[in-house]
Design a protein around this ligand. Structure first.
Ligand code: AMP
Length: 596
């Protein structure tokens, strides 16, 4: 089985059929592949300081893979990021002894920190870039079966590198995507998938997302008759780009007409690179201007197919916390297929979308068993009325991939080639079925409870459903929800939930009041309902924000080192900086009248 695990690491298998048949075989044998892979990770990293604590007394080099797998899960404890932090810090400071891996670590990735509020360092190795190339090639192979694209065509990619910096010990730090865009693998991907991004490196890594977005749009339109599909890492950044386009289109059309770049593009490197590509094209500019004038009349409905008539689909992560942006994307896409991109994290890639024809709401991810060693902690929801002192789920013992059951929810645990051992990822997934022998996962939510005042427990998913229900009333009154977040305010007794909305369109106060009451009623968690009835949680508060507030929040994250490619609006916050922005930008407040 070993050759299967390393098959792609060796760079074999170039054609679409090759990679799909390779994946079918590893999926068929997923359990066995996982056992072999764990053995490979552990033997490769034999003697590193972290593992010595647990495995130091065993001669693991001589052990059979199955015996090693059961030893591993019985003696190495489950861990969280905090357990690896001190080791990663020592590596960042320049310690060269093997702490987590035998191979020296030269790069560290920054996870977005937008879901947990704190950016984490995660080791990044050549293996990380290779698995990124593999999952992109594999996903492209599945997509091309359903939506074939023209070889040699272009991709309009809204992608952004963060700035990279060096640690005290000389390691390069940046987001995982930043390392990937700078790697050989990114160039190989373009050749392997025979489609080329519209923007040059200087635009992707320009460092200022506003200037990069402008150039992505400009070049995307310059090459509009060659663009085969449109993509971004998370759908948020694509929606963000198109909404900027609503403001920028005249300027962009002028630049296309004259083959120039307006003064808003300040980066000399970016200017030079873009000006080398474009040339004056007044025909195209006039055509685009006419199209934009028509689009403006219909509130930009169908922007994508109108401006990129050859695009076959839109491709991005649209699940989980990205789902609220689907409505806007569908508005721009007017029926063009939306293909939901794969499931992964800074720590490791996890699963690939093997059914690209499914709508984003139904998409599942087939676990790629050669990426990392995956374990699954069975999670059970509490019985009604059961209070657990703040814990969200009851947990069973972690099980290997080969033992997961359809319909059960799990937290994902990772053992990676980059030195994380049994590290909880914090994501809740549900097994929706199997692809050959590998589970297909439905992403449910981040595990951490986001709203809780006392015995109530609400996750990101619960909040999302509630906001969807509330915004149905808003939509009926011709209002549009731009974005939202929330806060559990316990500064006064009784504590209560605050939901912040940025909306577009003029909506009467009585409609907003009704939205607020509806959301309060829609939290179905038993602890919440009971507490509301007894007034140990106060009425829900809806704060309406001035336009552009979420842009300010994005800018504040970016100013602190986050990258647009990875950005996820925090769905709940107690971060002081953010709360300050939210509270200063609140223009109206409503309190629910439910439960009175
Ligand atoms: P980061 O830590 O910034 O790398 O972000 C990784 C996190 O993004 C994951 O742990 C998930 O919570 C979320 N994520 C990644 N891919 C998907 C996906 N396809 N669907 C939903 N959420 C995702």
């Amino acid at each position: 089985m070993e050759p299967l695990v390393s098959y792609y690491n060796n760079g074999n298998g170039d054609s679409v059929c090759d990679i799909i048949s390779w994946f079918e075989v590893v999926s068929q044998n997923a359990g066995h592949v996982q056992t072999q892979l764990l053995c490979q990770i552990l033997k490769q990293n034999y003697g590193v300081e972290y593992l010595k604590k647990w495995l130091g007394n065993y001669n693991i080099l001589e052990m059979e893979p199955c015996a090693l797998e059961s030893l591993f899960s019985s003696v190495v404890p489950l861990a969280s990021h905090a357990d690896f932090d001190p080791y990663i810090q020592r590596i960042a400071d320049g310690e060269t002894a093997p702490l987590l891996t035998q191979q020296p670590i030269t790069h560290l990735s920054l996870s977005s920190g937008t879901t947990e509020g704190r950016q984490k360092f995660v080791p990044f190795t050549r293996h990380s870039a290779q698995t990124t190339l593999q999952i992109f090639t594999l996903a492209a192979a599945y997509r091309s079966r359903v939506y074939p694209t023209r070889e040699g065509g272009r991709i309009l990619e809204f992608i952004y590198s963060s700035n990279r910096f060096k640690t005290k010990g000389g390691l390069t730090v940046g987001t995982a995507t930043t390392h990937y865009y700078a790697s050989e693998e990114f160039k190989i991907k373009q050749h392997k998938t025979k489609s080329f991004t519209c923007s040059p490196e200087e635009v992707i890594s320009g460092g200022d997302y506003k200037q990069s977005t402008y150039c992505h749009l400009l070049l995307g339109l310059f090459f509009s008759d060659q663009v085969e599909f449109i993509t971004s890492a998370f759908v948020y950044s694509m929606v963000q780009a198109f909404s900027s386009f609503e403001e920028l289109w005249r300027e962009i059309c002028n630049d296309i007409r004259d083959g120039t770049l307006g003064s808003r593009i300040k980066s000399p490197k970016m200017r030079k690179a873009v000006l080398e590509i474009i040339s004056p094209n007044s025909n195209l500019a006039s055509k685009l201007e006419a199209a934009c004038q028509e689009l403006e009349e219909v509130d930009w409905f169908g922007l994508i197919p109108k401006l990129w008539p050859k695009a076959k689909y839109v491709y991005s992560i649209m699940t989980g916390s990205m789902q609220p942006y689907l409505k806007k994307l569908r508005h721009y896409a007017n029926g063009l297929p939306l293909v939901s991109a794969d499931y992964g994290s800074t720590e490791s890639w996890i699963g690939v979308d093997v059914d690209p024809s499914l709508p984003p709401e139904d998409v599942t991810f087939a676990v790629v068993p050669t990426f990392s060693y995956f374990e699954f902690i069975p999670l059970h929801r509490h019985e009604k009325g059961f209070s657990s002192g703040g814990d969200d789920f009851l947990e069973d013992k972690p099980i290997p991939l080969s033992q997961v059951k359809v319909g059960q929810e799990y937290e994902v645990v990772l053992t990676t080639f980059t030195g994380l051992y049994r590290c909880r990822l914090g994501d809740v997934v549900e097994v929706a079925g199997f692809h050959k022998g590998t589970p297909k996962l439905n992403f449910v939510c981040r595990r951490k409870l986001i709203l809780t005042v006392n015995i109530d427990k609400n996750t990101e998913k619960d909040l999302q459903l509630v906001v969807e229900r509330g915004s149905e009333i808003l939509n009926k009154a011709k209002g549009e929800l731009v974005d939202f977040t929330s806060y559990a305010d316990v500064s006064n007794q009784p504590g209560h939930y605050v939901i912040y909305w940025e909306i577009k369109g003029k909506v009467e106060d009585k409609v907003l009041g009704a939205c607020c009451t509806e959301m309060d009623k829609c939290f179905a968690d038993h602890g919440y309902v009971v507490s509301r009835k007894t007034n140990s949680i106060g009425p829900l508060e809806l704060c309406v924000l001035e336009r552009g507030t979420f842009k300010k929040i994005l800018d504040s994250f970016i100013a602190n080192g986050a990258a647009l490619s990875q950005f996820k609006t925090p769905r709940c916050t107690n971060n002081h900086v953010l709360l300050k922005i939210l509270n200063t930008c609140t223009t109206k407040k409503f309190r629910s009248t439910a439960y009175t």
